[in-house]
Design a protein around this ligand. Structure first.
Ligand SMILES: [Zn+2]
Length: 464
């Protein structure tokens, strides 16, 4: 790349460095090549012979690191090993993350190869995308029980050991909504099974109510509803004319339960591999998995457990707080996901997220997938700041410095605006951190004035 300037200097903006505390009302950030070489408070800077970005009115953050996302690679999708996401959707999801300030992303579907991050011969997206690995016998078997249509012999032959050698940055996601009766059952598998059996389309919230009525909230039958309630529920959504309650019980059980035991066995295998390789492992946290997670945290104290989406909608707010606190006491890192609960709210509400943040129990924040409806990390950060749940530096740390600490193989060289770190920066509006103006990755502008910048036509080239 040709440029007439050695350094880039960002001036006149506020700076949040990612450590959870530091805020400069006016700061200066200087970049050289792909590194941060200086950050300090003040308005003075030597700005001759440098490329200058005037960030007046904006706040400069470390680039957002999303440690739990799906749908951004071209390999088997989700812990169900489903057929890859359509190329056009992958392109959209990547752009959606990048335009909302994410510079590093871990795709935790878990069963793809490292080379399936990119299309063969395809152009590299500026977003720095990595994968995790859940290649153990029970996780693969659980995927085959529910779907597995994206898995070839090549995927079946992969092991965590070979995946780490190839560049996988973490383990997991152990389990998922598909294999553990969670969100993906509600929005995909149960509605599809009901549609096939009856011709009736049901909303995911109805699918979830039916599932809980038949199996209980923990999927073990505890708290399952009585016959009358199930019939009433079926009546209210127009299903009673097509199926009787017994047939509905069979349909739900057949759709949800086959992979559950295998998937929970997969948790044990992932925990053992985390101990063996010292890699963080991301676990699907929800009411049906919580007993297994608490047991693993007790029996595998050196498992580097990341409890994913602890705000999962299968929990009440009180349960989310109680279990997050128990997991944290046993050494787990507590992740929350935005899901669609910040402003989309098609399936999820923010109560559990609020309760966990207000209890001071959250280490990191990610998006997860939420059927493609996820709200951005910075929209959740802005909500925390506006509701005075956290200071802006503390809220931003959940998506930057804290993620670098929790997932060092993924992000140990970034996540802070300090000398020597990778020059990944997100520059957003000072009064609303969810409005992203510029994004820099490895010192290069990837988003300028809220628009994607073509890699081959960077701003520095335009003006040189
Ligand atoms: Zn999950």
């Amino acid at each position: 790349m040709s440029t007439s300037f050695q350094d880039t200097v960002i001036i006149n903006g506020s700076v949040i460095t990612g450590d959870g505390r530091t805020f400069f009302e006016r700061g200066i950030v200087r970049l050289r090549d792909d590194r941060i070489i200086e950050v300090r408070e003040g308005t003075e800077a030597t700005i001759e012979d440098v490329f200058v970005i005037d960030a007046a009115g904006c706040t400069i953050l470390p680039g957002i690191i999303n440690g739990h996302a799906h749908g951004c690679i071209h390999g088997p999708a989700m812990p169900s090993g489903s057929a890859p996401v359509a190329e056009d959707d992958v392109a959209y999801f990547r752009n959606k993350h990048l335009l909302s300030g994410t510079t590093t992303l871990l795709n935790v579907c878990g069963l793809a190869t490292v080379d399936e991050i990119h299309l063969p011969g395809g152009e590299r997206h500026p977003l720095d995308i990595h994968v995790s690995s859940a290649h153990t016998p029970s996780n693969i078997a659980a995927a085959m029980e529910i779907d597995g249509k994206g898995l070839s012999n090549r995927h079946h032959a992969l092991t965590i050991e070979t995946m780490i050698a190839d560049g996988a940055k973490a383990l997991g996601e152990a389990g998922g909504g598909q294999t553990l009766g969670g969100g993906a059952q509600d929005y995909r598998f149960i509605p599809a099974a009901i549609l096939a059996a009856t011709g009736v389309s049901v909303h995911p919230k109805i699918a979830r109510s039916l599932k809980e009525a038949v199996l209980g909230r923990s999927l073990n039958g505890d708290g399952a509803a009585d016959q009358l309630y199930l019939e009433h529920l079926m009546e209210s959504c127009g299903l009673k004319a097509h199926l009787d309650a017994k047939a509905m019980r069979e349909l739900i059980a057949k759709t949800v339960l086959p992979p559950v035991a295998l998937s929970l066995q997969g948790f044990q295998e992932i925990a053992a591999q985390s101990v063996r390789f010292g890699l963080p492992a991301i676990f699907h946290t929800a009411l049906p998995t919580i007993e297994t997670l608490l047991e693993i945290a007790a029996t595998h104290p050196s498992c580097r457990m990341v409890a994913g989406h602890t705000n999962h909608p299968s929990f009440s707010a009180e349960e989310a707080v109680h279990f997050a606190s128990e997991l944290r006491k046993r050494g787990a890192a507590i992740d929350v996901s935005t899901l669609d609960c910040v402003h989309t709210r098609w399936r999820n509400e923010p109560d559990n997220l609020d309760a966990l943040i207000e209890a001071g129990l959250v280490d990191t924040i990610s998006t997860d997938f939420a059927g493609g409806d996820w709200d951005s990390i910075l929209s959740a950060v802005q909500r925390m700041v506006a509701k005075r749940q956290l200071s802006a530096p503390a809220a931003v740390a959940l998506a930057t410095g804290n993620v670098a600490h929790t997932l060092p193989q993924l992000a140990g060289d970034r996540g802070f605006i300090t000398k020597g770190r990778r020059a990944d920066l997100t520059i957003c509006e000072g009064h609303n951190l969810s409005r992203v103006r510029h994004v820099m990755i490895k010192g290069k502008i990837a988003v300028s004035n809220a628009a994607l910048v073509d890699d081959r036509l960077s701003l520095t080239q335009e003006i040189s």
